[in-house]
Design a protein around this ligand. Structure first.
Ligand code: ADP
Length: 483
């Protein structure tokens, strides 16, 4: 496993790789085997403070660096990532579990954020207008918000990093990245690539730690960090928002989801089944956009469920490094237990298992693709973000009922709908309380689109034209012009 061997295992602070001050390390495990892959540095709050100080020290010079220079660093990093697709994909599969085909797709997706924001870096604009009374000229410019703290989850180890690092670099912000402790290797590899691409020291600092709360809270309360960009659970998001309130730190929050997927009776069922496979099974269901509740019109429910179960049962489950595997292990045993618990609860409340639903023997955190029909609305699966390969099917009789059920959640990240009726498609899209809609498609993620949610799924957007805005402040200069 030379890809693991080749990745630095230390903290990256002020352009130097270094051990944690305490000398402590944390274990990175392969979820396909349960075995340890390697140890990486386990930062303490003191290490976190040093990382923030390095980001603060680098901020002024980085903000003054020409946009074209920032842009070209991102573009070079894009080229390096693409050239190293195989190594980065294997690294991700080893630390996170997803099949190599999906890992390769994530490398391309992750790299695309760097290409996109390399193009945005040179297009930051302001304005010059005349005040209504005709006296002052109103000059508006943009400035980087300042040193940022970026916190990422384990499910898309590379793309969640590039989606935050890309716009921060483009905007001229320095940063501390705290990746999830389960998947630090992709982020450490990324730091190496950005350094090779010419990123000055101190612009990106990385702290890997098992003490997220202990490291993060002092940074948010310390007065030096000006922006938090977080992707993770709503539960942790709330804690961080409260901490940010005290020091009035700007936030971007990509939080949990509970995506509904609606199949109307006028849907093309082939398209609906294939779309559901993607919306449900991408990343083994370990995605905040994963279809969590599948509402199918009563008249097509049986046909849809049978077809979906046939496709799900044919998927090959196994270690993501092996050829032909469709479904890798879940991230850990706790993740698998959560998926199995909601399946058992649904069955207890009357659901039928069409395929899957049994805990497999043997090592690793595998869970079989599972389809449940006749799921009752009071089942735990309806308001639990499953994060696993479990498709829960419910039925509805009319559009209002489907929309009401879909919106009956505190979340509002993604929603999917399948219909061939354009009028209905637009009407229902507008009524769904959701930041993103997949209309006859199971995939919404795209670096050029504004990704994000409403309600308790978050604040702000990542990607698209607005992605860089999250890292920029307005500066308004009043200029009187004499008569
Ligand atoms: P998940 O359940 O998907 O692991 P979390 O919200 O727990 O989602 O984790 C997302 C990220 O937030 C990870 O990098 C994790 O280490 C970090 N995290 C978890 N708890 C805290 C906390 N109290 N303060 C700061 N970061 C945290």
């Amino acid at each position: 496993m030379t890809v693991v061997h080749d990745v630095p295992k230390q903290l990256y602070i002020g352009g130097r790789w270094q051990d944690a001050e305490s000398g402590r390390t944390l274990s990175v495990d392969n979820p396909a085997t349960g075995e340890e892959l390697c140890q990486v540095a386990d930062a303490s709050p003191a290490d976190g403070r040093r990382a923030a100080e390095a980001a603060v020290a680098a901020q002024a010079a980085w903000a003054a660096t020409p946009p074209r220079v920032r842009s070209e660093i991102l573009r070079r990093a894009y080229d390096i990532i693409i050239a190293r697709t195989e190594d980065l994909a294997l690294l991700m599969t080893l630390e996170m579990g997803k099949p190599l085909t999906e890992a390769r797709a994530e490398v391309a997706y992750a790299a695309e954020f760097f290409r996109w924001f390399s193009e945005e870096a040179v297009r930051i604009d302001g304005g010059l207008t005349t005040a209504p009374d005709g006296k002052n000229r109103l000059l508006v410019t943009r400035q980087p918000v300042g040193p940022c703290l970026l916190i990422t989850p384990w499910n898309f180890p590379l793309a969640m990093g590039t989606r935050k690092i890309g716009p921060a670099i483009a905007a001229g912000c320095t940063m501390v990245l705290k990746p999830a402790p389960q998947t630090p290797l992709s982020s450490l590899a990324l730091a190496g690539i950005l350094t090779e691409a010419g990123l000055p020291e101190g612009v990106l600092n990385i702290v890997t730690t098992t003490d997220a709360a202990g490291v993060v809270e002092p940074l948010l309360r310390g007065g030096q960090i000006r922006k938090l960009s977080f992707t993770g659970s709503t539960q942790v998001g709330r804690i961080l928002l409260a901490q940010c309130a005290d020091t009035v730190i700007r936030t971007s929050m990509e939080l949990g989801g509970n995506a509904p997927l609606i199949v109307f009776d006028d849907a093309d069922l082939d398209v609906a089944v294939e779309g559901t496979m993607v919306a449900k099974m991408r990343n083994m269901g370990e995605s905040c956009c994963a279809a969590n509740r599948i509402y199918v019109h009563t008249s097509v429910a049986e046909e849809f469920a049978t077809r979906l179960a046939t496709r799900m049962a044919a998927l090959k489950v196994g270690p993501g490094t092996e050829p032909g595997i469709d479904v890798g292990p879940l991230i850990d045993i706790a993740g698998r237990a959560k998926a199995h618990d909601v399946v058992r609860d649904a069955v207890k409340r009357g659901a039928t298992v069409l395929t899957g639903g049994e805990l497999p023997e043997g090592p690793g955190c595998f869970y079989p693709p599972t389809v449940l029909t006749g799921v009752s609305a009071d089942s735990a699966i309806i308001d639990t973000e499953v994060f696993g390969p479990v498709a829960a099917i419910l039925t509805f009789d009319d559009e209002d009922e489907a929309v009401a059920a879909a919106n009956d959640t505190e979340f509002g990240l993604a929603a999917y709908l399948f219909t061939q009726n354009l009028d209905r498609a637009l009407r229902v899209s507008e009524r769904l309380e959701s930041g993103m809609i997949g209309l006859n498609t199971g995939l919404v993620s795209n670096p050029a689109a504004p990704f994000g949610g409403v309600k308790q799924s978050g604040l702000g957007r990542e990607g698209g034209r607005v992605g860089i805005e999250e890292f920029l402040e307005y500066k308004y200069i009043a200029v009187p012009v004499g008569a």
